[in-house]
Every structure is written in structure tokens, then in C-alpha cells.
Design a protein around this ligand. Sequence first.
Ligand SMILES: C[S@@+](CC[C@H](N)C(=O)[O-])C[C@H]1O[C@@H](n2cnc3c(N)ncnc32)[C@H](O)[C@@H]1O
Length: 213
Amino acid sequence: MNTNQQIRSWRYAEEFPYEVPTLTQARQQAERQSAAPVAPSVASLLTVLAASTGAEHAVEIGTGCGVSTVALLLGLREGAALTSLDIDAAHSQLTRELLAEAGLDKNHRVRIITGDATDVLPRLSAASYDFAFIDAGADQAEQFTYDALALLSPGGLLVVHDPLAGGAVADPVARDARSVSLRRLLTDVAACVDDVHVSLVFAGSGLYLIYKK
Ligand SMILES: C[S@@+](CC[C@H](N)C(=O)[O-])C[C@H]1O[C@@H](n2cnc3c(N)ncnc32)[C@H](O)[C@@H]1O
């Protein structure tokens, strides 16, 4: 495939997903609050991954205004638990209201926690989650990834959003602290071949999938 065909195919894939009204509502709210939501391609992938892994205990870092939260709940089986963290109380509250309005908090055990993931993640039970999603910005992504890996039980899946920091990581001349930290994260985790399977996926802003053996 040449570069033009790749760009055309990427655009087609990005515009492909159909979103249910609750996701559209969450997306509009996120845009009003400037809490950049995951792209439709990422939301649809999260739903498929949450459903296909059969996850029972999921954790999300970076609730924002709930686009990824809704996408995860659409895929999680009935009765599954989702703990979602955000440092911003207004984002947490808007997401709680959205989930209640859509009835998405009825068939799952949902906890929306307001707090800094730096403090909250070490207090969650280690090796007790089978799905984790990180979308709380590039600055702390490296630390949150290792914290989230400690929360996963063997067989669990960790999904890190935007691991290429909007393209900076792939730019060989970018030497800023974020790009260096994310490149180190990608390569260090991938090198742990006895402990993980990894895949770098370019949907939306990109995803780093880490399966814990
Ligand atoms: C890009 S938004 C998340 C968007 C959301 N995943 C969605 O799809 O709608 C990033 C969120 O991470 C939160 N955040 C940033 N630093 C954090 C931290 N240290 N602990 C918890 N949340 C944090 C921000 O408040 C913001 O709501």
C-alpha cells in the first residue's frame, strides 16, 4: 500500500463507526468542557475489547466527560464492575449524571472516583482487575502504565490511549521529556516478552495494547 492509499484507508476507518445516541451526547459534552474524548474508532474498539475479553473488573484512568466510560460499559457484561478515576470533580459529576440518565449504571457496578490517579492507583487492590484503560495525558502515562499493570491479574488487558503523544513520539528529532518517556515506555514494556504481549495500534490517536501473561 502506498502512502496515499494508507491515508485514504485510515480516514475511511476513522469515519466508519456508528455511535449510539449516549456516546454522541457524551462527545458533545466533552467538547463543550474541552476534555478531549477518544475518537469514534477508539470508542468502538474499547467496546469490542471490553466485550470480547469478558472482563469482570475494569478500571479507567481519565474519565473525562465519559465517552470512553460509556464505550466500556456498552461492552462490559451485565454485573461487571467499572472503577473510573478523574482528578476533575466537574468531569466526574457530568459523567455520573450522563450514566444515570442513560441507565448505564443499572446493569453494572460503576464507581466514578474523583482523585489524582497518582494517589488512588496505589490504593486499589493489586492483581484484581482484568481490564484497564489509561487516558489521562502523556505526562504521567509511563507511571500510570506501571501502576495499572500491577492492578491487572494474569490474563488481563491494559489499553493505553495516545501513546504517540499526537505524533511527537514518532518524530525522531523530538527530544522533549514526554516523548522520551513514552518511547521508553513503549520499548521497555515490549522488551518484557516473558511477561506481556504488546501491540501498537493506530486507531484515533493510537493505542498501546498490553496483555499481561
Ligand atoms: C483526555 S481526557 C479523558 C477523556 C475520556 N477518556 C473520554 O474519552 O471522554 C483526560 C482526563 O484525565 C484527567 N486527568 C489528568 N491527570 C489526571 C490524574 N493525575 N489523575 C486522574 N485524572 C487525571 C483530566 O482531568 C481529564 O478529564
